[in-house]
Design a protein around this ligand. Structure first.
Ligand code: ZN
Length: 102
């Protein structure tokens, strides 16, 4: 194979290209599982196995209609801590100073 003035063996091109696609193919299931898990953490009820949206199914439906996997309850929503408000009576100031309160 001739690419300009640089000679590259065809087998090297085939190995690199096939390695690229093999890497994509091997990572695709993990990427999909992480996506489904993140959707579930955010409160979207999707099947953790196939990603099928389970919203609107009968509440007593026990299995995913797409893949047959047993339906799992959503994880509890994450606890979000509110940032502590400064207490001026204790001498605490907001990060921007007094201008924040005017
Ligand atoms: Zn499913």
């Amino acid at each position: 194979m001739l690419a300009g003035d640089l000679w590259v063996p065809a087998w090297l091109v085939m190995v690199l290209v096939s390695g690229y696609f093999m890497t994509l193919a091997l990572h695709a299931p993990g990427v999909a599982r992480n996506t489904y898990a993140e959707l579930r953490r955010r409160g979207y009820e999707v099947c953790p196995g196939c990603g099928y949206a389970l919203r609107g199914l009968e509440p007593d439906a026990e299995r995913c209609p797409e893949c047959g996997r047993e339906r799992e309850p959503l994880p509890p929503p994450p606890i979000v801590k509110e940032p502590k408000k400064p207490d001026p009576l204790r001498g605490e100031l907001p990060p921007g100073g007094f201008d924040q309160w005017s």
